[in-house]
Ligand binder design. Structure first.
Ligand code: FAD
Length: 376
């Protein structure tokens, strides 16, 4: 049986960023990924936005890790030739009622340390995005876009260059606490680890349950986000990133327009609770639904201008609001990143939804500190 200092479960952006960080300090690092390739889950099925940290409650892990992760992601991409662009973005108010929400959002952003936020009027919106309708907007200069799959593979490449073992086709099936650590049984073999990091994304609750951890009570609810693409002849209708106000219940940032690095324009993602964590395609929303949402920002868009694109699934910690709704509670939750109180050699990461792609290098620093406590 192999022995390891650290076994990381999950080869998404979070696991790979952690592998990069810990392999700089420790030898015998293994990353186990169930699927045939890295980044086949949420880490390649997202908007590819390098978020600024505008939305999250000041002091929360989401706010802190997103703001730091924003800077670290730009630095990493520049140093490792990962395709990216610092485009900035606008968040648009479509009614006078929304203007107040916009100001409150700008206040949250400033409290989170964002620089250069600016409220602009309709003319300035039009100068920046000639086809977009809105009465006021916030300009957010630090937002950008990145090729997310390239980013994950670059984190993994650096980890492998530092000696980490990156193993695909390795589904972790059982975790057994033993006196000196945790025995990890996977479809690729067994390894005894002094420290285990659970970064299994949507399945982190199930991985926690494998060793009987009480942290499995943090159930993960899959929330699908679907995308459409604007036809090529109208791609120049959108120049950058255009967002509506976020859902007030915290479910998502709202269906936005994203100019990708390849020149296409995405409309999405939607947000809908689904029953199955692997259900990307069943009962997809029709293009008419996307046209309705997109018209809020882009009134000239027609159903015939849209084609269905891919979808991704968010790892939400909040259950769906009861149906019919009893109260309209918030489903905004923070990332959970902590040593398991019952199994202190295990670091659990749960609910790493957006802005997880951006936050990954800052999350990796945080996990690296927890690993240092375990291996000291
Ligand atoms: C629609 C959508 C849009 C988003 N847009 C953005 C955005 O623009 N910007 C941003 O910052 N964030 C965004 N996010 C969030 C971001 O994509 C996620 O937070 C991030 O990808 C989570 O990474 P992860 O490594 O935790 O999870 P994942 O990418 O899901 O990786 C987890 C991995 O664990 C593996 N695994 C699971 N169980 C096991 C097991 N038993 N054994 C071995 N391996 C296992 C899985 O196969 C998977 O590869 C978006 C998310 C979605 C869904």
């Amino acid at each position: 049986m192999d022995s390891a200092n650290i076994v990381i479960i999950g080869g998404g952006v979070v696991g790979c960023a952690i592998a990069r960080a810990v392999s700089a300090r420790w030898s015998d690092v293994f990353l186990l990924e169930a699927l045939p390739k890295l980044a086949m889950g949420a880490s390649s099925r997202n908007s590819g936005v390098i978020h600024s940290g505008l939305y999250y409650p000041p002091g929360s892990l989401k706010a802190r890790h997103c703001v730091r992760g924003n800077r670290l992601t730009y630095e990493f991409c520049a140093a490792h030739n990962v395709s990216h662009r610092n485009t900035g973005k606008i968040v648009v108010a479509s009614s006078h009622a929304e203007e107040q929400q916009l100001s409150a959002l700008a206040e949250t952003g400033r409290a989170n340390g964002l620089e250069g936020l600016r409220l602009i009027d309709r003319d300035a919106i039009r100068a920046r995005e000639p086809h977009v309708e809105g009465i006021q907007a916030i300009e957010v200069p630090s937002t950008g876009i990145v090729a997310s799959e390239q980013l994950v593979k670059a984190y993994a490449r650096v980890a492998a260059d530092r000696g980490a073992h990156i193993v695909t086709h390795a589904t972790v099936e059982k975790l057994e606490p033993v006196p000196s650590g945790i025995r990890v049984l996977s479809s690729a073999g067994e390894v005894e680890a002094r420290c285990v990091v659970n970064s299994a994304g949507l399945f982190a609750d199930e991985v926690a349950a494998m060793m009987g951890s009480k942290m499995a009570r943090h159930r993960i609810y899959p929330v699908r986000g679907e995308y459409c693409e604007i036809v090529r002849s109208k791609q120049d209708w959108v120049r950058g990133l255009v967002y509506p106000l976020p859902h007030t219940d915290g479910l998502s940032l709202g269906t936005h327009l994203t100019k990708t690095l390849w020149g296409s324009v995405l409309v999405g993602p939607t947000a809908r609770y689904v029953d199955d964590k692997n259900d990307y395609e069943h009962n997809r929303e029709p293009v008419e639904y996307f046209a309705g949402l997109a018209k809020l920002l882009l009134p000239g868009i027609e159903v015939s201008d849209l084609t269905l694109a891919y979808s991704g699934i968010r790892a939400k910690l909040a259950p769906p609001p009861s149906s019919p709704p009893v109260s309209h509670g918030s489903v905004m939750t923070d990332f959970i990143i902590e040593r398991d109180p019952e199994f202190p050699r295990v670091v659990q990461l749960m609910g790493i939804e957006s802005p997880g792609l951006t936050s990954a290098p800052a999350i990796a620093e945080h996990v690296s500190e927890l690993v240092a406590e375990i291996l000291k």
